[in-house]
Design a protein around this ligand. Structure first.
Ligand SMILES: Cc1cc2nc3c(=O)[nH]c(=O)nc-3n(C[C@H](O)[C@H](O)[C@H](O)COP(=O)(O)OP(=O)(O)OC[C@H]3O[C@@H](n4cnc5c(N)ncnc54)[C@H](O)[C@@H]3O)c2cc1C
Length: 515
């Protein structure tokens, strides 16, 4: 039939474009009429950053048929077991807490908070989970013999963004039958009804399709420029709009590799520090309304010199990035869906961007409308789901700032002003004064951040609730059993898991067994 949706054209060959291509092609493989084409400009580079992921990436890579060993070797990837936040609570920089990926021990069985309040000197995550102790000791999340994608401790990855795009492109083209067109889109050809008919390329004429996926990054060439779908600006909530990124060599080949993203708060932003197999990726995200580019660069190099002995003069000029924190009012308009930075980008804290790409690509692949008549309904649901997700991402990221007690700059003080806090987050904070975050607050199946993540940030930042008294004694007894369980697991796992670098080197030389 003329209005069947079979030709999917993705414009953009960054992480978003190739992940989306892989997910759709894998879902609609053998015997399907669906074809996937990626149009990628040889002139426009990818954003070149995006090294931290969320544990969902394991499932996405497995699902599209990637070998985990190949991915780790070819993308300089390492394992990530969470994020460590330094200096977010107070300026002294002595305060640090972790947001690990494993659930707190007993999380689904009891209220652990009353028990934790009895021991305020022990950081929440260290009491309820073995994972911060694994990271502290530099252990990897699995053994040499653990098969691909299986875990002893839940994990995500750190990866080289440039290498990741090339790796996915090869995999999609060679294994999944995706067509790659290296050409520059110069304009959009519309049909009489307003849908996109084709993309005009510089060398190869018009590229026709039934459904177009905008993965053109911040430019948002289809959804933003062509269709004019508006941008929801969240700068008044999350102030960061600039970043500087550098690649830092390890001082020696056997330098330990961190198994967590280290996020260190600065006077007007924060610095990410990510350990890959061949180098570190370090960047400063900051607010241009609060600090100059030169000051931000000086702070970045001061951090690097203090953290690894690398000298600023050996590193060269940092990559400079500017972004408008926010997201498109709708991600899907007519026969066009935006995925990746074309749909929105808030800031890199907690690495939600690629997780949203995975959610978008999966939702699109699984709900791909069969005909144009089905599209409006699917689009409406998709837009509703993503409007909700963007709001939750904004709330969750703001939580990291609003609980800070730092008083050393306008940046931190303004983050606490009532006017900068979304109503939705303010209401949740009021409720969490009396009960911990739970499934009643986050009701969707595919929440970007589960309620356990809110626990780790809230109590890591030192939020002190007033738990209800009635069940407190019962909760206390059960909680202390779970704290003991977490400590026992720590004792068992520490000697049983290899050092992170040793695990990565084992994968480079021997690989992991397949499941
Ligand atoms: C400072 C910073 C740090 C970040 N850190 C993280 C992180 O740790 N974790 C995370 O999940 N995310 C992070 N992100 C976001 C992450 O980088 C992106 O989500 C991810 O790389 C996907 O980008 P993209 O594919 O949407 O866009 P891009 O990588 O910008 O790709 C755009 C593509 O569109 C193509 N294109 C553009 N114009 C045309 C045209 N006219 N014709 C044809 N093709 C065209 C380009 O050639 C390119 O291939 C970060 C972002 C920034 C700015």
């Amino acid at each position: 039939m003329a209005d069947d949706i079979t030709r999917i054209v993705i414009v953009g060959g960054g992480s978003a474009g190739w992940l989306t291509a892989g997910v759709i092609a894998a879902e609609h493989a053998a015997g399907s009429k669906v074809s996937v084409t990626v149009l990628e400009s040889p002139d426009v580079p990818t954003v070149g950053v995006g090294e931290g992921t969320w544990p969902t990436m394991r499932d996405t890579l497995r699902r599209i048929g990637v070998s985990e060993s190949d991915f780790i070797r070819e993308c300089d990837a390492t394992f990530k077991q969470g994020s460590r936040f330094i200096g977010w609570g107070s300026r002294a920089g002595r305060d640090a807490y972790m947001h690990p990926f494993v659930l707190p021990q007993g999380f689904l069985d009891t209220n652990l908070i009353a028990g934790w309040l009895q021991m305020p000197h022990v950081p929440y995550a260290e009491l309820v989970s073995f994972q911060p102790h694994l990271c502290e000791a530099g252990r990897g999340p699995k053994q040499f013999a653990t098969p691909e994608y299986a875990a002893v401790a839940n994990y995500a990855y750190h990866l080289d963004a440039g290498k990741f795009g090339q790796f996915l492109r090869r995999h999609c083209v060679e294994r999944l039958g995706v067509r790659h067109v290296a050409d520059h889109m110069v304009s959009v050809n519309a049909r009489a009804d307003g849908d996109i008919a084709s993309l005009q390329t510089r060398e190869r004429g018009a590229l026709e399709g039934d459904l177009f996926v905008d993965c053109t990054g911040e430019r948002s060439l289809l959804l933003g420029r062509h269709f004019g779908v508006g941008h929801v600006d969240v700068r008044s909530v999350l102030f960061n709009d600039r970043a500087l990124a550098v690649q830092v060599p390890y001082p020696a080949p056997d330098t330990p590799i961190a198994c967590q993203t280290v996020s260190t708060a600065q006077r007007s932003g924060w610095i990410w520090d990510i350990g890959l197999s061949a180098r570190r990726g370090v960047g400063h995200v900051y607010s241009s309304s609060h600090i100059s580019d030169a000051e931000a660069e000086a702070d970045l190099f001061k951090y690097i010199e203090g953290s690894a002995g690398a000298s600023a003069k050996d590193l060269g000029a940092p990559m400079r990035l500017a972004f408008d924190p926010g997201y498109r009012r709708q991600s899907w308009h007519r026969n066009c869906v935006a995925i990746g930075m074309s749909a929105g980008f808030v800031e890199p804290l907690e690495a939600s961007s690629l997780a949203l790409v995975e959610l978008g690509a999966t939702a699109l692949a699984e709900q791909l409308p069969a005909t144009r008549q089905h599209m409006e309904q699917v689009a409406q649901r998709y837009n509703e789901a993503f409007a909700y997700r963007w709001e939750r991402v904004v709330d969750f990221l703001k939580l990291h700032y609003v609980l800070s007690r730092r008083d050393d700059s306008d940046y931190w003080r303004e983050h606490r002003l009532t006017a900068s806090v979304p109503d939705s987050l303010r209401e949740l904070l009021q409720m969490w004064q009396y009960r911990p975050p739970s499934r009643y607050d986050l009701t969707r199946v595919d929440e970007v951040f589960p309620s356990a993540s809110y626990h780790y940030i809230l109590y890591g930042m030192g939020f002190v609730p007033e738990p209800r008294a009635a069940r407190a004694s019962d909760d206390l007894r059960r909680a202390s059993d779970f704290f003991r369980e977490a400590a026992d697991l720590t004792r068992q796992m520490l000697p049983a898991l290899p050092a992170h670098r040793a695990l990565i080197e084992h994968i480079h030389t021997r690989g992991l067994s397949k499941i």
